[in-house]
Design a protein around this ligand. Structure first.
Ligand SMILES: [Zn+2]
Length: 306
């Protein structure tokens, strides 16, 4: 059995949404409640998040954005709401990934799941976007590099393209960004011709999925394409933007992946260079029942897949 960390903090519940907003604190409450009822819960190493320092965040975001957002409340854009507790929660959401990186560096963990909100992958260097304030996985990637994990492979299976993460690293040949996502769909980026720029050319890989794609399409992406890309890049650590809104029951998109499809995706990911750390970080997923089931089967794979 692998040493698997579960990083969660009640501070994530202080990111309060207006009534009816899909990215609600009920998402994390549902995950924790469902996971506690399984025999997986006592097998996990439970950790709280640390607070990301300003310098960690500025490795990805601009200082003008940081200075603006820490004072901001209200709607930042049409769907990104910032409440009184949101920016503090966002420091800890990024910090959860940093905590996982720390523990992987010392060998206390092999794998980790960060159950965080706000999510991160739409956040651009200079702005909040798409429910995201700080780009948790991108901040984690830069921090991992600072600690000595030189090459980082990011896998993003959220149903939406991680525009923020792609843009942060698209000219970088030390961080690979791989994404599957519904296309065309929000946020509009993620065409297969987007393969990176400058010396980062070839280190971005998008697999756009048409409306209605399902398990077979994802099997091809994660079993035929991903392992070869990871092997050729030879990363020191793998970070995963784990968005469960690709589930057939999710209300925000039109992809038809089942529970078994999600298990197959996670299995393929953890078997990619299984000897290096794998850190999963929650992004989307808005049907509370399928979100909880998806996280549980992810944790099963993290614990038991050798
Ligand atoms: Zn999403």
């Amino acid at each position: 059995m692998k040493k698997v960390g579960f990083i969660y903090d009640d501070i994530f519940l202080l990111h309060e949404m207006p009534p009816g907003h899909p990215e609600s604190k009920e998402r994390l409450i549902a995950i924790i409640s469902a996971l506690r009822q399984t025999d997986l819960w006592p097998k996990l190493l439970h950790l709280t998040a640390k607070r990301a320092e300003k310098k960690d965040i500025l490795a990805v975001h601009t200082s003008s954005y940081y200075d603006k957002v820490i004072k901001f409340t209200g709607y930042y854009d049409a769907d990104t709401f910032i409440s009184a507790g949101s920016v503090e929660a966002a420091h800890y959401a990024a910090g959860a990934v940093l905590e996982a990186v720390d523990k992987c560096m010392t060998g206390d963990l092999h794998r980790a799941f960060c159950a965080v909100r706000p999510p991160g992958h739409h956040a651009e260097a200079n702005r909040a976007m798409g429910f995201c304030i700080f780009n948790n996985v991108a901040i984690g990637a830069r921090y991992a590099q600072r600690l000595g994990f030189k090459k980082v492979f990011i896998i993003d299976f959220d149903v939406h393209h991680g525009n923020g993460t792609q843009h942060v690293f698209e000219e970088d040949d030390t961080v690979f960004y791989f994404s599957t996502h519904q296309y065309p769909h929000y946020p509009g980026t993620g065409a297969d011709r987007e393969r990176g720029r400058g010396k980062g050319t070839g280190f971005t890989y998008n697999i756009p999925m048409p409306y209605g794609s399902g398990d077979k399409d994802y099997f091809a992406a994660f079993h035929d394409f991903l392992p070869v890309l990871v092997r050729d890049f030879s990363p020191d650590i793998i970070l995963v933007s784990a968005g469960y809104d690709l589930h057939a029951k999710d209300p925000l998109a039109g992809i038809r992946v089942t529970n078994e499809g999600i298990r197959s995706i996670v299995k393929s990911i953890v078997l990619c260079r299984s000897g290096i750390p794998h850190i999963f970080c929650l992004e989307g997923g808005y049907n509370l029942a399928s979100l909880s089931e998806s996280v549980i089967l992810t944790i099963e794979e993290l614990l038991y897949r050798e």
